[in-house]
Design a protein around this ligand. Structure first.
Ligand SMILES: [Zn+2]
Length: 147
């Protein structure tokens, strides 16, 4: 069964704008939402993070851990949760890189990736769900729909 992520166009536009503004570096941020009984993961908010990677920020990202903690705390009394993360590939495809694969720390999270063609700044968007397979984290593609 393919998991579906419902991403409102306004939130998608925010992510794409962040990816463009962050060039030539990777952008990153949080996907806030909830899973409904139909299994669809509804994104209800996106929150930008600074890219705190200490490596080459055009190839790596690190979400601000203080932001992560704050949002986890704030969402405790609401039905909304951090359902995943987004980041961009300033000169690459919207596919998880080897670095992304090594960087997964939790299963059941949505990873939304914006791939950018450097020559013309064309953006493509794809989403994946983190799973555990043979004791290792892996990604499976998920379907993005506009609710
Ligand atoms: Zn990546």
């Amino acid at each position: 069964m393919t998991v579906t992520v419902a991403l409102p166009p306004t939130h998608k536009a925010c992510i794409l704008a962040h990816a463009d503004a962050a060039l030539p570096e990777e952008c990153c941020g949080l996907l806030i939402g909830h899973r409904e009984t139909d299994g669809i993961i509804h994104i209800t908010d996106v929150i930008e993070s600074d890219n705190l990677s200490e490596g080459d920020k055009s190839k790596t990202f690190e979400i601000d851990p203080a932001l992560l903690l704050r949002i986890q705390r704030e969402s405790r009394d609401t039905p909304e949760r951090i359902v995943g993360y987004y980041h961009s590939h300033p000169d690459g495809s919207a596919r998880p890189s080897a670095t992304d694969r090594a960087g997964v720390w939790e299963e059941g999270q949505v990873w939304l990736i914006v791939g950018i063609d450097k020559s013309n700044r064309t953006q493509t968007c794809a989403a994946f769900l983190t799973i555990t397979k043979d004791g290792e984290f892996d990604f499976v593609p998920v379907f993005i729909e506009a609710p």
